[in-house]
Ligand binder design. Sequence first.
Ligand code: ZN
Length: 426
Amino acid sequence: MPARRSISEYQRQAGKQPLRFTANGTFQISVFSDLHFAEDDENDKKTQRVMDKVLSSEEVQLVVLNGDLISGEAIHASNSSTYLDRVVAPLVDHNIPWASTYGNHDSEVNLDPEETFRREKNYTNSLTQKMVSGPTSGITNYYLPIFRHDAANNTDPAFILWFFDSQGGHYPKTASDNGTVIPRQDWVDESVSIIHSRMASIFFSLERCTLTDSEQVVKWFTKTNSKLLSTYGKPIPSLAFVHIPVYAMRAFQVTGVSPTSEPGINNERVQQQGYASEGGYEAQDYPLIRALLNTSGLVATFSGHDHDNDWCFKWDSKLPELNFTGNGINMCYGRHSGYGGYGDWARGGRQIMLDQQSLASDMQSWVRMEDGSISGNVHLNSTYGQDRYRLVERSTSGQANVAPQYSSLVYLWVFVFYLLMQRLGL
Ligand SMILES: [Zn+2]
C-alpha cells in the first residue's frame, strides 16, 4: 500500500502552500493558451493587458499557462529566458500561483526550455515541476493535488491536475551543433505515458522517475493501481493539460463539430501530436491516449496549439480511424490568449470552475474575453454533447480590422491614380 503523504509534506516539497478549495467549496482555474511573447514589444503589452483584464474579471485560485508562452523562433539572443519575466508579470501583479506546460514554440534554436524552467523557479508563485527525467521526456510532466478547504493534514486530495509536455519545435543550439537545426518529437513521450499511469497509481509518491524496463512498470502499475483503488475505494477526479491535442480531437472534428452542441470557434484543422513530425502522423500519441482513457476519474483534457479552435467535445463513442472508444472524457481547447502567433479571433482565456460538491459530475467552463464578455459557457456533465447552447459570437480582435481598412486605402489611391491618368489622357 502506498504511503500517504500529509499536506505539510507536499508543502515542504513544493516550498509553498498547497492548493485548496475556497471556503465556498470552489476552485477556479484560468487557462492562458498560446501567449507567444517576444514577437513584438507592442503585442507583448497587449497580451499582458489581456491577462490583466481576464484576471480582473474572474476570481481564480490558479492560472495554467498551457504552452507556447514564448515564440522561440523570434528570439536571436542567448539570454532568451528573460522573456519569461514578461509572461508572468501580470500573474505576479495579481499574486496568483501558476502552473505551466511548454509548447512547440517554447523550444527553439535560441530558446532552451530548461532555462525557461529554471527562470520560472525563481518565482515562488510558479508551481511548474519536472517529475520525469528521461532523454526524450521533455520538462513539464507533473501533477498538482488540490485539497478540500478544511482538509486535515493527512487527508486525500480532492482533485488532481496533470500536466504533460507535448514537446515539438527544435532542440536549442549547442556549441557542437555547427548550426544544424534538430527537430524534437511533437508528442508526449511514451515513457511519460507509462509513468503517468504509474503516477496515477502512486500520486502520494513524489520521487522523480527514470524508466529502464517499461514492461516491469506496466506490470507494477496494474498491481499497484488495484491496490490503490481498494485502499481509497474510489478514483480521485482529475484534469489534464497538454499543449498539443491528441488525435481524438481530430477524429471528432472529422465527424463534425456542432456550433450548438460544442459551442465555440472551429476554424482550423486539428494538428494533433505527431502531425508535424518528419514522417507524418503515425499514432505517436496512442500511448498517451490509452493512458488517459485508463485513468479513472479523469474528467477532461485541455489543449491549445490550434489558435483558431476553442471548442470542447465529449468522447463517448467510437470515432473514425481511431482504435480507441471514448469513455466519456471531455476534450477541450483553450482560447488563443496572446497577440503573438497567427489568428485574429478576439483574445480571451478559458475558465474552469471546480466545485467540491459536484467534482467530476458537473464542471462549468467558459471563455472570458478581453472585452469582459463571456463566450461558450458550458457544463461538462453527463449530457454534454447532447445539450444545446447558444452560438458563440465570432468576433475578431481589433487588429483584424486593420487589414480591411488598409486595403480600402490602397483601393482609394488606385482609383485616384486612375482618375489622374484619365485627366491627363494617358
Ligand atoms: Zn501557438
